[in-house]
Design a protein around this ligand. Structure first.
Ligand SMILES: *[C@@H]1O[C@H](CO)[C@@H](O)[C@H](O)[C@H]1NC(C)=O
Ligand SMILES: *[C@@H]1O[C@H](CO)[C@@H](O)[C@H](O)[C@H]1NC(C)=O
Ligand SMILES: *[C@@H]1O[C@H](CO)[C@@H](O)[C@H](O)[C@H]1NC(C)=O
Ligand SMILES: *[C@@H]1O[C@H](CO)[C@@H](O)[C@H](O)[C@H]1NC(C)=O
Ligand SMILES: *[C@@H]1O[C@H](CO)[C@@H](O)[C@H](O)[C@H]1NC(C)=O
Ligand SMILES: *[C@@H]1O[C@H](CO)[C@@H](O)[C@H](O)[C@H]1NC(C)=O
Length: 570
C-alpha cells in the first residue's frame, strides 16, 4: 500500500476551488458535515478500491488488552485518561509547602478587646476569624495536607456562620490531584469577646465560598502569610494537575472575529465507524485526530455530541446526543489545545469562507499520512471516512509509519471534573480513610468452564477469609462490583463498614451539584447517570483507597481472560 503512486492519491485527495463548488457547500454547511460529504462524493467520481489490510488491525486489540501505562485494561475495570499518567507531580508537590498549623498558632496574637458587642452581626472576613477557621480545619482533618485557604465569606443564612474554601490533598494520596472543599462553620462569639468554632458543616456545605472570585482566594488580609504558605500564585497552572472542586467553565470557545477565523487553519474528521462503539474505541480515535491536528498546527473541529454505546446505557440501546462534557474535561482540553465546536465552525465557515476565499482540502483515504498534509495551505483539511469497517476507523490514520511520528496527546484528555468531584465526595464521606475491593462476578462467575473458581472465591465466606488477612476489622470497605444484588455481601458487614457506590447516589441525584450543572449543560434536560459514568466513578474511588484488592490476583487464582491465560498479565 505504501508503494501506491502519488498520482492516484491526487486523484482522490485534492484541493477544492470553492468558487466552483460554492453553491453546493453553501447549501450544505447548514447540514453540517454529513451533507457535505455526500455532495463531495457526488462531485468526485472515484474508483472504489477496497483496501484489504495485510494484517488485522492489531493495534486496537493490543491497546485494549495491554496493561501498559499508556493504555486501558480490557475488562473496562480501569478506564485511564491523561491525568492518570501525570508523572512530574510528586516533584511539583514536594516544592509546594503545605500549611503547618504551627505557623498559624504562632501568629495568634489578637488582643481580646475589653468590650465588644456580642450581638452585633459577625464579620467573617477578619484576620481573627480567618485564623480561627484555618486552625479548626487543620485540627479537624488531621489526615490532610492543606495548600491554600480562601477568604472566609458570610454564609448569608444567619449572623453566626461563615463559609470558607480550601485546597487540600489527603496525606497518603494515591492520586496526584488537589481537591477543593468548602464548608460552613458555626461560630460563637463568647462573652469575653473571643470566638469559638461550634461546628463544621458537611462536605461542600459552604456553598458561598465555592465561587472562583478573584478576590475571594488568596492575598487577603494577611498577605505575608499567604506568600509564606504558598509561594506559587497559581497552584494549578504550575503543576498542570487537576484541581477538583472549582467551578467548571466548559463553555464552548468562541471565535468572535472574522479576521481570526479566516487566518486560522482547521482539521475536521467526518463520518466513520466509531459511532456508538465502546468509549475506549472513541478515545483511541479521538486522540488520533487530536494528535494529527497538533502535528499540523491546526485547530481541531470537534463534534461534541457523542453516541453512548448500548454497553453503558441504562436502556441497553445505543443513545445519541450525549455531550462530550458529561464524560471528559472540556475545560482542560480547550485551555490546552486549539479546538472548536463543529456547529460554531460551520456557522462561521458559511458566513466567511467566500469573502475570504477560504479553501477546503479533502482527504478520503486514511493512508494519506499526516506527514503528507504538512504543506497543505488550505484553511480546512477535511478527512472523510467511509462505511466499510475497519477501514473507516479514525485511528487508522495513526497506524503504520505515522505511529512513530504522532503520539497520542493523552495529557489533553482528562475525565470530567464533575465526575471526579463525585469521587472526591465519596472519598470525603469516608474521610479519605478506606480500603477497597473490586469484585468481578457477573457472567464470568457463571462461566465455570473458563473461570472454575471465581464463583466460590468471591462468595462472602471466601471473601471474609481472604480479607481478614489483608484488611483490619472495622475499616471502611468500598466494594466495587458488578454483582447486582449487593445484599449478597451482607455477611461482610459484621466485620467491616461496607460501602457501595449506590450508597452515595445523593451526589448525582436530583438537587446534587452534578445534577444541576449537567442539566444546565444539557439545555435544561436532566442527564442520566449512565453506566459509563458509574464505571468511571467506581474505578476512581477504588484507586483512591489505601489498600486496593483486585479480583484477579488478590481474590482468585483464575485468570482474567479465562483458563490458562495468566501467562503475561494475570
Ligand atoms: C509519588 O510518590 C509515591 C511515594 O512517595 C510513589 O508511591 C508514587 O508512585 C509516586 N507517583 C509518581 C507519579 O511518581
Ligand atoms: C510543622 O511544624 C512542626 C513543629 O514545628 C514540625 O515538626 C514539622 O516538621 C512542620 N511540618 C512541616 C511540613 O513543615
Ligand atoms: C487525628 O484525629 C483523631 C480523632 O480526631 C485522633 O484519634 C488521631 O489520633 C489524630 N491523629 C493525629 C496524627 O493527630
Ligand atoms: C468561561 O470561559 C470563557 C472563555 O473560554 C469566557 O469567555 C467566559 O466568560 C467564562 N464564563 C464564566 C461564567 O466565567
Ligand atoms: C484575534 O486573535 C488574537 C491573537 O490570538 C487575539 O489577541 C485577539 O483578541 C483576537 N481578536 C478577536 C476580535 O477575537
Ligand atoms: C508546527 O509548529 C512548529 C512550531 O512552531 C513547527 O516547528 C512545525 O514545523 C510546524 N508544523 C507544521 C506541519 O507546520
Amino acid at each position: 500500500m505504501v508503494g501506491r503512486s502519488n498520482s492516484e492519491f491526487t486523484s482522490r485527495n485534492g484541493r477544492f476551488d470553492l468558487g466552483k463548488m460554492g453553491q453546493d457547500i453553501n447549501r450544505l454547511t447548514g447540514n453540517l458535515c454529513f451533507g457535505i460529504s455526500v455532495v463531495i462524493l457526488v462531485v468526485f467520481i472515484f474508483i472504489v478500491t477496497r483496501y484489504q489490510p495485510n494484517a488485522p488491525p492489531t493495534k486496537i486489540t493490543s491497546f485494549l488488552a495491554s496493561t501498559s501505562d499508556a493504555t486501558f485494561k480490557s475488562d473496562g475495570s480501569v478506564i485511564k485518561t491523561g491525568e492518570d499518567f501525570i508523572t512530574n507531580v510528586n516533584r511539583s508537590i514536594a516544592t509546594l509547602s503545605f500549611i503547618n498549623i504551627t505557623d498559624i498558632a504562632e501568629e495568634q496574637h489578637y488582643p481580646t478587646p475589653i468590650e465588644c458587642d456580642v450581638d452585633k452581626p459577625m464579620t467573617c472576613n477578619t484576620p481573627e476569624i480567618f485564623h480561627l477557621l484555618m486552625r479548626a480545619t487543620i485540627e479537624a482533618f488531621n489526615d490532610t495536607h492543606f495548600y491554600r485557604f480562601g477568604k472566609p465569606i458570610t454564609s448569608g443564612v444567619d449572623d453566626t456562620s461563615c463559609d470558607i474554601a480550601w485546597k487540600y490533598r489527603p496525606k497518603d494520596a494515591k492520586r496526584d490531584s488537589l481537591y477543593k472543599d468548602y464548608r460552613r462553620f458555626v461560630i460563637k462569639h463568647n462573652t469575653d469577646c473571643s470566638y469559638t468554632v461550634v461546628s463544621i458543616g458537611e462536605y461542600h456545605s459552604g456553598v458561598n465560598a465555592r465561587k472562583k472570585k478573584k478576590k475571594a482566594i488568596a492575598n487577603n488580609n494577611d498577605g505575608r502569610f499567604e506568600s509564606n504558605w504558598n509561594p506559587n500564585s497559581d497552584v494549578t497552572g504550575q503543576m498542570n494537575m487537576p484541581v477538583v472542586g472549582d467551578v467548571v467553565n466548559d463553555s464552548l470557545p468562541i471565535m468572535d472575529s472574522e479576521v481570526n477565523f479566516s487566518s486560522g487553519k482547521y482539521l475536521v474528521y467526518t463520518d466513520g465507524g466509531e459511532r456508538c462503539k465502546s468509549m475506549d474505541h472513541y478515545i483511541w480515535s479521538f486522540l488520533c485526530a487530536l494528535g494529527e491536528a497538533q502535528h499540523l498546527n491546526r485547530t481541531l473541529v470537534v463534534d461534541l455530541s457523542i453516541c453512548l454505546s448500548s454497553m453503558y446505557s441504562l436502556s441497553n440501546q445505543d443513545e445519541e446526543g450525549k455531550d462530550f462534557r458529561f464524560y471528559f474535561d472540556f475545560e482542560h482540553l480547550k485551555e490546552s489545545t486549539p479546538i472548536i465546536d463543529q456547529a460554531q465552525f460551520w456557522n462561521d465557515w458559511e458566513m466567511w469562507y467566500k469573502r475570504n476565499n477560504l479553501n477546503l482540502y479533502f482527504v478520503e483515504d486514511f493512508r494519506v499520512t499526516p506527514m503528507k498534509l504538512e504543506s497543505v495551505p488550505d484553511t480546512l483539511i477535511m478527512r472523510k471516512f467511509g462505511t466499510v469497517e475497519p477501514d473507516n476507523y479514525w485511528y487508522r490514520v495513526c497506524e503504520g509509519e505515522t505511529e512513530s511520528v504522532i503520539q497520542r496527546p493523552w495529557h489533553l484528555l482528562w475525565k470530567s471534573k464533575r465526575l471526579i468531584e463525585i469521587v472526591s465526595g465519596i472519598a470525603s464521606k469516608m474521610n479519605w480513610d478506606f480500603d477497597a475491593v473490586h469484585i468481578i462476578r457477573g457472567e464470568k462467575a457463571k462461566n465455570t468452564r473458563l473461570w472454575p473458581n471465581l464463583e466460590t472465591d468471591t462468595s462472602p465466606t471466601a471473601l471474609l477469609n481472604i480479607l481478614s488477612d489483608k484488611i483490619d476489622g472495622g475499616r471502611n470497605l468500598f466494594i466495587s462490583t458488578d454483582e447486582e444484588d449487593t445484599s449478597f455481601f451482607d455477611p461482610l458487614k459484621d466485620k467491616y463498614t461496607v460501602h457501595f457506590i449506590d450508597d452515595f447516589k445523593d451526589l448525582w441525584e436530583v438537587k446534587s451539584d452534578w445534577y444541576v450543572e449537567t442539566r444546565e449543560l444539557n439545555n435544561g434536560i436532566p442527564v442520566e447517570f449512565d453506566g459509563y459514568m458509574k464505571a468511571e466513578v467506581k474505578t476512581e474511588v477504588f484507586l483512591r483507597a489505601k489498600k486496593q484488592l483486585e479480583t484477579f490476583n488478590d481474590l482468585t487464582k483464575d485468570c482474567k481472560d479465562g483458563i490458562n491465560t495468566c501467562t503475561s498479565s494475570p
